[in-house]
Design a binder for this molecule. Structure first.
Ligand SMILES: C[S@@+](CC[C@H](N)C(=O)[O-])C[C@H]1O[C@@H](n2cnc3c(N)ncnc32)[C@H](O)[C@@H]1O
Length: 247
């Protein structure tokens, strides 16, 4: 992953650009799905997130799970700690992470679209497998998968207690010439308003991948999992996810 403004230099604006409410629909939907999936297992239920970012979805998952959050960016772990001081945070690259522990749930969402090759997807599936036991449940919700790729545009923002204001415009799309294959981009515009009213704007393009369901499901099968496609309601983004259990 290249040096990304949103996760590095502008990370201290993150929760003003993408406030926790922006993840509420997904957070509540994932929490319910996962509670139903592990019902019957002894509590407390443990959950590992790969690529937790600002810890927005984790805010909802921690209502039911003892959550461990990991991310490749120490800056983003600090951002998440502000929302989730009660949760364990550990540095880790999802391609290589080995905590030597297993969890009732292993979960990852939009961080998966930063994996830059099918080999990195395979490595990540190996990480998932290394942190599961026989009854674990895996939930993977990449922002996009090839078969269902659709352009997506959204705008979020918030006003902070210190009167700073953030606004983020996000446009996920495929560039001309990249209509097939996994490549797409997310064009972001960040608008930052200081407490004294000074405004600055930044633009950056994130280069992302929408791998096929077939690839995910095939690699999960090789790692010993059978996988089901889940459809979430239209208030959720992404609309689809993969839920996997050991054979
Ligand atoms: C959009 S943010 C995730 C937001 C998160 N879904 C939330 O609820 O706040 C994407 C995150 O993926 C992380 N990331 C990208 N590649 C990674 C990797 N190989 N291993 C771990 N984290 C990674 C980035 O550092 C970034 O924090």
């Amino acid at each position: 992953m290249d040096n990304i403004l949103l996760y590095q230099q502008l990370a201290h604006w993150y929760h003003l650009l993408i406030p926790p409410q922006a993840a509420q629909n997904e957070g509540l939907a994932y929490n319910k799905l996962l509670c139903d999936a592990v019902a019957g297992r002894p509590r407390p239920w443990s959950l590992l997130e790969l690529g937790c970012g600002g810890g927005l979805v984790a805010m909802f998952l921690k209502q039911s799970f003892v959550v461990t959050l990991t991310d490749i960016s120490p800056t983003m772990l600090d951002v998440s700690r502000q929302l989730n001081p009660d949760i364990e945070h550990l540095p880790g690259d999802m391609r290589t992470l080995r905590l030597g522990r297993v969890f009732d749930v292993v979960y990852a969402q939009d961080a998966l679209c930063y994996l830059s090759s099918a080999e990195e997807v395979r490595q990540t599936v190996a990480t998932v497998a290394a942190h599961t036991h026989r009854q674990s449940v895996v939930l993977l919700c990449p922002d996009a998968m090839a078969e269902s790729f659709a352009e997506y545009r959204t705008c979020t923002g918030a006003v902070g207690p210190d009167a700073r204001r953030g606004r983020l415009d996000e446009w996920n799309h495929r560039l001309p010439g990249y209509r097939s294959g996994p490549d797409y981009v997310c064009d972001f515009v960040y608008e930052l308003t200081q407490a004294d009213g000074t405004v600055s704007t930044f633009q950056e393009r994130h280069h992302l991948k929408a791998y096929s369901r077939e690839l995910w499901i095939g690699l999960l099968r090789e790692a010993g999992f059978h996988t089901e496609l889940i459809e979430f309601d239209r208030r959720c983004y992404p609309r689809q996810g993969l839920i996997a259990r050991r054979h």
